[in-house]
Design a protein around this ligand. Structure first.
Ligand code: DQA
Length: 147
């Protein structure tokens, strides 16, 4: 089984971007931790990051059509994008929404997600660990689907 870990806008700047909110790990460091966990679980992993909404749509389509699970931090597009929601639905992707920060403890415009209704679940507030929890959660769901 395979999981695509997709990161959206501004997450390429992790490490220096608002570290009090997002922590001081870079995206490459977070990906290294995810890779270690994926290896332990025997899961194939693909990492992609883009600042462009349409590219995230393409990444979701590609993951879904390949039958891979998706761990998705859509960043600010989480709160605005109907296109991302439609993409998940269009390819019947198994996706988990993740955030480093606890979006519910922040500004009200971060409380709503357009993609949560088409995701299997949402994990937020645990920093880099949010991704590891999502990986742990998605693997049994993918195994179930593969049967
Ligand atoms: C984020 C939360 C979003 O509200 C924000 O726009 C981000 C990062 C997070 O991981 O905490 O860019 O998705």
């Amino acid at each position: 089984i395979a999981v695509h870990v997709l990161n959206g806008p501004n997450l390429n700047l992790l490490g220096t971007r608002e570290p009090q909110t997002y922590g001081s790990l870079t995206l490459a460091e977070i990906e290294r931790r995810i890779r270690t966990r994926a290896d332990a679980l025997g899961v194939e992993i693909v990492f992609r990051q883009t600042n462009v909404e349409g590219e995230l749509v393409t990444f979701i389509q590609e993951a879904g059509l390949a039958g891979a699970g998706i761990v998705l931090n859509a960043a600010a597009y989480t709160h605005t994008s109907i296109a991302l929601r439609d993409a998940i639905k269009a390819v019947d992707a198994l996706a988990i929404e993740v955030h480093l920060s606890n979006v519910h403890a922040r500004e009200s415009f971060r409380h709503h997600s357009t993609i949560a209704p088409v995701c299997a679940g949402v994990i937020c507030g645990f920093g880099a660990t949010s991704y590891l929890l999502a990986l742990d959660a998605i693997v049994p769901l993918l195994r179930e689907r593969a049967q």
